[in-house]
Ligand binder design. Structure first.
Ligand code: AMP
Ligand code: MG
Length: 432
């Protein structure tokens, strides 16, 4: 047998038999994913992007000493003996609003009325809040003593000049966006957002809004996948190709502008599974089947397209399997592409609210609603765990990870829960 044919035969043999574990599959995915090049993006568009450089401050925040309260800027020693029944009277030199600059120096016996955020006048070393004073037009009675530095925000106390404020690999959320503005970063170097092509297969599928004929079902995976990918920072395009291998092949051949392709359906052992056939014939397949439930048929391959090698995730068609497989593998890849530091979901230990049976030899990812319960968490299964039941996914905020050796668990036993969402406690209910 020629060498290449021999390798192909070995490969096919292994291919059919070997199930990788979810952990092995994750590692293979990460080993085959590269970080995307960075780009400079205007401040207005960076929310949800990932920093590709450390942000080092060239200013100090706050830029000057200022008041943390509406009140009076004083010399602390002047009011050391002040009390409700022993007020200390100080003359008011001026009123300093935020945005103004003090004109007068504070010396013994005088003070300045000062608003939150206004610069601290020379000589003052504390601010007494308005509520602790009896105010007059030109004089104020201070009714408490405060130590020096009270209610003063020192220049540079939040951020020092030269400090690394944000690290590369950080996603830009609300606080980071605000911080970048505080640092006057008009342009930000971020990882390019992954461009992801989602391809749905299946001749039975009908798009939203079109009447269903006998035997047809509505496409839901393109929406679920699209949301999952966008939540990972990706820019998504969707194509539907049906079950003809040639159509899929053509679509993949013209996918060179994408950083990753996700297919839905057509990847298992059926007669009309084009993803399986096309990827086996045309791509380098890294794995096909994973010892997990749901989501066993997942094909991960590299497609050479000119100079570019595009990772392709052939995900199953069942609406839950596709989401679980995305969650376990594609998410990691999209985050790694952006240089994200934290790739994995937070897990918590949760107590089962009821018993659970699980198949041997497979890691099971069980849909559950995990809610806080006293000092810990309780996991409520969201219903029947078959892989077509998308409704059970809509009620879940976690996937319980049941190891392959575990076949039964009793009420109260502890499981690891991957938190895919965090509960909004007020609106959650435990229905099935
Ligand atoms: P397959 O893996 O192609 O055999 O598909 C498995 C099951 O998932 C079948 O019942 C399909 O009809 C269903 N399915 C496949 N693609 C989609 C989709 N885009 N939206 C909803 N269901 C789908
Ligand atoms: Mg199909």
């Amino acid at each position: 047998m020629p060498k290449a044919a021999c390798r192909a035969a070995d490969f096919n043999f292994n291919f059919m038999r070997t199930l990788v574990t979810p952990d092995e599959a994750r590692q293979i995915v990460l080993d085959n994913i590269e970080v995307l090049p960075s780009e400079t993006v205007t401040h207005a568009l960076v929310i949800g992007c990932t920093l590709a450089r450390d942000i080092i401050s060239d200013v100090q925040l706050p830029p000057f000493d200022n008041s943390a309260m509406d009140g009076y800027a004083v010399i602390a020693a002047d009011i050391a003996n002040a009390a409700q029944n022993a007020p200390v009277k100080l003359q008011i030199l001026e009123t300093i609003a935020a945005g103004q600059f003090p004109q007068r120096e504070i010396t013994s016996g005088v003070c300045a009325r000062i608003m939150t955020g206004a610069p601290l006048p020379q000589g003052a070393d504390a601010v007494v809040m308005r509520e602790d004073t009896r105010e007059g037009e030109n004089e104020v009675e201070i009714l408490v003593s405060v130590p020096p530095a009270t209610s003063i925000r020192r220049a540079g106390s939040d951020v020092a000049r030269g400090e690394t404020v944000l690290h590369d690999g950080t996603i830009i959320g609300a606080a980071q966006w605000g911080m970048l503005a505080s640092l006057n970063q008009e342009n930000v170097v971020v990882a390019r957002r992954p461009r992801v092509l989602i391809i749905t297969t299946g001749d039975e599928l009908v798009p939203l809004g079109t009447p269903l004929q006998d035997g047809q079902i509505r496409d839901s995976n393109s929406f679920a996948l699209s949301a999952l990918a966008q939540n990972c920072g990706a820019i998504v395009q969707i194509k539907h190709v049906g079950d003809k291998a040639e159509d899929l092949e053509k679509t993949l051949e013209s996918a060179q502008d994408f950083d990753a392709v996700i297919t839905s359906g057509g990847v298992s052992a059926g007669d009309f599974d084009p993803v399986r056939d096309v990827l086996k014939a045309r791509a380098q397949v890294h794995f096909w089947k994973i010892a997990m439930k749901p989501g066993k048929p997942v094909m991960f391959a590299s497609w050479k397209n000119g100079e570019k090698t595009i990772p392709i995730f052939g995900l199953p068609g069942n609406p839950v399997s596709v989401m679980v497989a995305f969650e376990q593998f594609v998410r990691l890849a999209l985050l790694k592409m952006q240089g994200r530091r934290a790739l994995h979901r937070v897990t918590v230990c949760a107590k089962l609210s009821g018993p659970l049976r699980s198949p041997a030899g497979k890691t099971e990812f069980v849909r559950a609603l995990v809610l806080p319960d006293g000092d810990g968490w309780t996991a409520h299964l969201t219903g029947d765990q078959s892989s077509g039941r998308l409704s059970t996914m809509t009620r879940a905020n976690a996937l319980l990870v049941i190891p392959e050796g575990t076949t039964s668990l009793e009420t109260g036993q502890t499981v690891t829960a991957q938190m895919t969402e965090w509960p909004e406690i007020e609106i959650q209910s435990v229905g099935t």
